[in-house]
Design a protein around this ligand. Structure first.
Ligand code: NAD
Length: 318
């Protein structure tokens, strides 16, 4: 099987590439290294360090390589940056996606190439209904969330117009090895593990009282969903699926587990809640289970241990 992975050098893209390598896929990774790491490469894979919105180059690559799947993970995934620079983020997140969709159509590969597009739970904009199903109304609250939603919509339109085979995966908070503290999606997990294992002078903190909870999704589960979506023997026409664990954990529980795993106390400075922060996230993953055969592992402590080991032993030196 042949695949293009955009965002191949980022946190999730690199985890996906490792899996594709183990499964003997032939891969071209595409990344502009804006937040991805040059070291996140795999021997035997080809890399093109470019912007996904370089439309002619993208089309040429797709035409020549004739991939079975395009895993589209490249994005500028920073919410606050998108608020300040919506033009820049829309260029990557919307026009970049369009460049891939158009590339497949113009290369005449709609019958062959399936696109697995990466979306985000942020499209719901703070859902009321828990667990949140895909049918919940979308209400993007930032340029980033809107761009992710628009990318999904472009996918649906291209499926209708040209028969493009495309599916979108709405990831919830992803964690695991190669998630860098300070990266786009820095969660409490990256910040607290960084404080414990990498730099104790960094002051870790807790916003609010810690009873807020997140549907944290281990990166291996996200990788699993991607491979299943790419290889399922049915086609897609722009459907979106939640990719999460279908289970949530409070921040105080996370703190306890990190203390248990590290054997060290985690001292947290107290901060007030951030305006607009949602209290809880929890995904309904029954559609992904049904339609993709998605079956996530859910032992949060075991998963956190894998991430903590990576922070303890493999975190890149500054
Ligand atoms: N990490 C999460 O919790 C989470 C949650 C929801 C959705 N997502 C989505 O998952 C995808 C991967 O995110 P991640 O957490 O691995 O972030 P990341 O920043 O580690 O990876 C994004 C990669 O895309 C590359 N990139 C950015 N703009 C590009 C462009 N214009 N052209 C080519 N490459 C470009 C970056 O260099 C980076 O390697 C993104 O689409 C993100 O929106 C992530």
């Amino acid at each position: 099987m042949r695949a293009i992975v955009t965002g191949s050098n980022g946190f999730i893209g690199f985890n996906l590439c490792q899996k594709l390598h183990r499964e003997k896929w032939e891969v071209i990774g595409i990344d502009d290294l804006s937040s991805g790491r040059r070291e996140n490469v795999i021997d035997g894979f080809r890399y093109e360090f470019m912007k996904i919105q370089e439309k002619e180059r993208m089309e040429k690559l797709i035409r020549e390589f004739e991939p079975d799947a395009i895993f589209h993970l490249a994005a500028v995934p920073r919410v606050s940056y998108s608020v300040e620079n919506p033009f820049v983020t829309a260029e990557a997140n919307v026009m970049g996606t369009l460049s891939i969709l158009e590339g497949v159509v113009k290369a005449g590969l709609v019958e062959k190439t399936r696109i697995v597009n990466t979306s985000s739970s942020s499209v719901y904009g703070g859902a009321e209904q828990m667990p949140t199903p895909e049918s919940h109304p979308c209400d993007p609250k930032s340029p980033y969330a809107l761009e992710k939603y628009q990318a999904e919509e472009w996918g649906r339109l291209f499926a209708n117009l040209y028969g493009l085979d495309i599916v979108s995966l709405r990831y919830f908070n992803v964690f695991g090895p190669h998630a860098i503290f300070g990266g786009a999606y820095s969660t409490v997990l990256t910040a607290w593990l960084y404080h414990i294992y990498v730099d104790p002078t960094y002051e870790a903190f807790l916003e609010d009282d810690g009873t807020q909870s997140r549907d944290f999704c281990f990166v291996d589960n996200v990788v699993q969903a991607n491979v299943l979506a790419a290889t399922r023997d049915r086609g897609f026409s722009g459907e979106a699926f939640n990719v999460a664990q279908g289970d949530n954990t409070t921040l105080l529980e996370c703190k306890d587990m990190i203390e248990e795993l590290s054997g060290r106390p985690l001292h947290l400075a107290q901060r007030p809640p951030r305006v607009g922060d949602v209290r809880h996230t929890l995904a309904d993953i029954s559609a992904a289970r049904r339609e993709l055969n998605y079956n996530p592992t859910t032992n949060f402590l075991e998963q956190l241990k894998v991430m903590a080991d990576w922070y303890a032993n493999h975190y890149p030196k500054a």
